[in-house]
Design a protein around this ligand. Structure first.
Ligand code: ARG
Length: 466
């Protein structure tokens, strides 16, 4: 057994030194050939006992006063969540009746209520709210990559342990994901979209608002036909995109386009959706205007971002198709209050005045119609770390606190197509946040989380070292 233990450690080390090889084959050939068949049988036979000895080293148990079961909406008193050395939950139960392996680390959070780590489905970790309009042109390209770790830390400290980063230049979000996953940077799990795909002169065209002599260098995400759209999906996927983000209509912050106007046609959106789905990726469509939202739903897009001007008929269509709405209803307040100081162009402020209130009214109607809803803030347009402020807005505009919490946990994991985050149950990552009080009575408690655990490691809270 001891021999086997060291052999397994060696294999693990080899795998981590050859990530590409390990990923391709799913195992380390050296370890297998050295073992042979008899050895493999022996390993299996010894399996259970062996696991309990080795795994004890990095097992963690998290305890608190109570835990919100986001699926049932009920509280569980005195929960104990046992998390293995792979960062995944092994058991959720009561500490008195739990068999704890020797050496188990205990994170005790007395007086606290536990919830699953929160998920923000719409962030831009390589953007800063404070730098608006043309101000961004003063900064060199690598600046945006450099601010990523700072924003990632603020985000996880706010309790968001998973984020979908729906657009960043230069594959910066993939780089940040690699740095976080490798342990060099502290931050949330990232689902990167990389470059945004969209029409020339549209919301996703980064050179909008510049003269042709400067702006004619085309943004890498521009698509001009269904064929090119397919090719761009393949290209961003090749370099790390795990979700595809498109711009189906004009936007608030893009210069020179009309906020509601459709910008990709049905064939382009359908080509993108089909190609992405073939590759196993979901598609998020930025869409404020009704016609663009409708077309995106019919084309098979998975999540509609903003959804500001969706008509009643389009709300029904979303419901029929099971399309998710991801509505950033907090940031209107921030944009209008700070826009001028941040350098936001007047045309963007005017556009915001056209959609802000309407978006909230649409949100209310969509909630009433029981459209599937997820939690996305567009942090980057407003300050990273303030993500939790949207919960209270969602309740103010028609959700129950439980619905708002489910949007950021259970629903978000479903919309991501991931069964490893969003719920505190065995098999999923041990991503946990703790608040003092009752978030079902006062959802604003989620604006200030006391502790954050990611994959069984304490990131924020008493005794955190990161
Ligand atoms: N990124 C979005 C855009 O530029 C932000 C919209 C913010 N406004 C709002 N009411 N949600 O269009």
């Amino acid at each position: 057994m001891v021999l086997q233990s060291s052999s397994q450690t060696l294999c693990a080390a080899k795998l981590s030194r050859h990530p590409a090889h390990a990923r391709a084959s799913g195992r380390c050939n050296h370890c297998v050939s050295k073992g042979g068949d008899r050895m493999k049988k022996w390993i299996l036979a010894a399996g259970a006992a062996f696991m309990s000895i080795t795994s004890a080293q990095a097992v963690t148990v998290v305890t608190a006063d109570r835990m919100l079961d986001v699926t049932s909406g009920r509280y569980v008193d005195h929960p104990a969540i046992l998390i293995g050395d792979d960062g995944r939950i092994r058991q959720v139960g009561n500490i008195a009746s739990m068999q704890l392996p020797a050496g188990t680390k205990h994170i005790d959070l007395p007086g606290e209520t536990l919830l699953p780590g929160l998920i923000d489905m719409h962030v831009h970790l390589n953007s800063l709210a404070e730098i608006g309009g043309y101000q961004g042109l003063k900064y060199t390209d690598a600046f945006w990559a450099s601010v990523g770790p700072y924003n990632a830390l603020k985000t996880i400290d706010a309790g968001f342990t998973t984020v979908r980063n729906v657009g960043s230049p230069d594959f910066d979000d993939v780089g940040l994901q690699q740095a976080i996953d490798g342990g060099w940077v502290v931050g949330p799990r990232i689902i990167p979209a990389t470059y945004l795909l969209g029409a020339t002169g549209g919301h996703c065209d980064d050179t909008n608002g510049l003269p042709p002599s400067i702006g004619d260098k085309q943004s890498p995400g521009i698509v001009t036909s269904p064929d090119q759209a397919r090719e761009k999906v393949r290209w961003v996927h090749k370099y790390g995109a795990e979700v595809i983000k498109i711009c189906a209509t004009g936007g608030v912050f893009s210069l020179g386009d009309a906020v509601g106007a459709q910008q990709l046609d049905y064939d382009e959106m359908k080509a993108i959706a089909d190609e992405a789905h073939m590759l196993g990726l979901k598609v998020a469509a930025h869409a404020h205007g009704d016609e663009g939202i409708r077309t995106a739903i019919l084309a098979g897009i998975d999540t509609i971002e903003h959804a500001s001007l969706a008509s009643d008929a389009t709300i029904q269509l979303a419901k029929q198709h099971g399309t998710w709405f991801d509505m950033d209803i907090y940031n209107d307040d921030y944009i209008l209050a700070t826009g001028t100081a941040n350098g936001t162009e007047q045309q963007s402020l005017d556009k915001e005045r056209m959609v802000g209130l309407k978006q909230r009214q649409t949100f209310q109607k969509a909630v009433r119609a029981r459209v599937k809803m997820i939690f996305g803030t567009d942090a980057g347009v407003y300050p990273h770390g303030d993500n939790g402020k949207q919960f209270a807005k969602m309740v103010q505009w028609g959700m129950t606190p439980l619905q708002a919490i489910q949007a950021a946990t259970l629903n978000a994991s479903e919309a991501l197509g991931r069964s490893d985050v969003g719920v505190l149950e065995p098999g999923r990552y041990g991503d946990i946040v703790a608040v003092r009080g009752d978030p079902l009575q006062n959802v604003a408690l989620l604006e200030h989380v006391d502790a954050v655990v990611k994959g069984g490691k304490l990131v924020k809270g008493p005794g955190a070292t990161q």
